[in-house]
Design a protein around this ligand. Structure first.
Ligand SMILES: [Zn+2]
Length: 173
């Protein structure tokens, strides 16, 4: 059994026995929005960055549940995910100060550096659609949708100064 299979199997076993399958699949209460801070991105690249930055994480996957491409690596507005999302595993997208947001928060990462550039409309539209879908699927209220740096205890500019918070608020309320 390879490392990944072992982790998937043991994580699933833990999830199913300790928490109950239904709870595990429906526990999501928050959505946290990030940018990748890089000009291009794919699942493989984000996984590589995660391996380097959080070498201790036993979940060898991207830290987010969804990635939305900017046309550079992934298509513009293309939504991608890996086995973290498939098995509803907790995220690794906020700091230890907010472990609840990692455990109960769906992490969405926009490829691109929104400290430097505006978000392309098509990528924003994909974010709105995905966010609304998650909100209705799990009953997440608009006030539980936040940009990474807007959460108390997080010291980051993520998802960047050009992230259109007001437009998003309008689009999801
Ligand atoms: Zn972030």
């Amino acid at each position: 059994m390879n490392r990944r299979k072992f982790l998937v199997t043991s994580t699933l076993a833990l999830g199913v026995t300790a928490l109950g399958g239904v709870y595990w699949k429906t526990r999501w209460r928050y959505i946290v929005i990030h940018h990748s801070a890089g000009s291009h991105g794919t699942i493989e690249l984000l996984q590589e960055v995660h391996r380097q930055r959080q070498a201790g994480d036993p979940v060898d996957a991207i830290p987010y549940h969804y990635v939305i491409g900017n046309g550079n690596g992934l298509g513009l507005g293309e939504v991608a995910s890996d086995w973290r999302q498939r098995f509803d595993i907790w995220g690794a997208h906020v700091s230890g100060n907010n472990s609840g947001r990692n455990f109960l928060g769906i992490g969405i990462c926009l490829v691109g550096n929104l400290e430097e550039k505006a978000l392309p409309p098509k990528q924003f539209q994909a974010l709105v659609e995905l966010t609304r879908k998650m909100m209705s699927k799990y009953g997440i209220p608009p006030e539980n949708v936040a940009g990474h740096g807007k959460i108390d205890g997080e010291a980051t500019k993520c998802p960047g100064r050009y992230f259109p918070f007001e437009e998003l608020e309008r689009a999801i309320s």
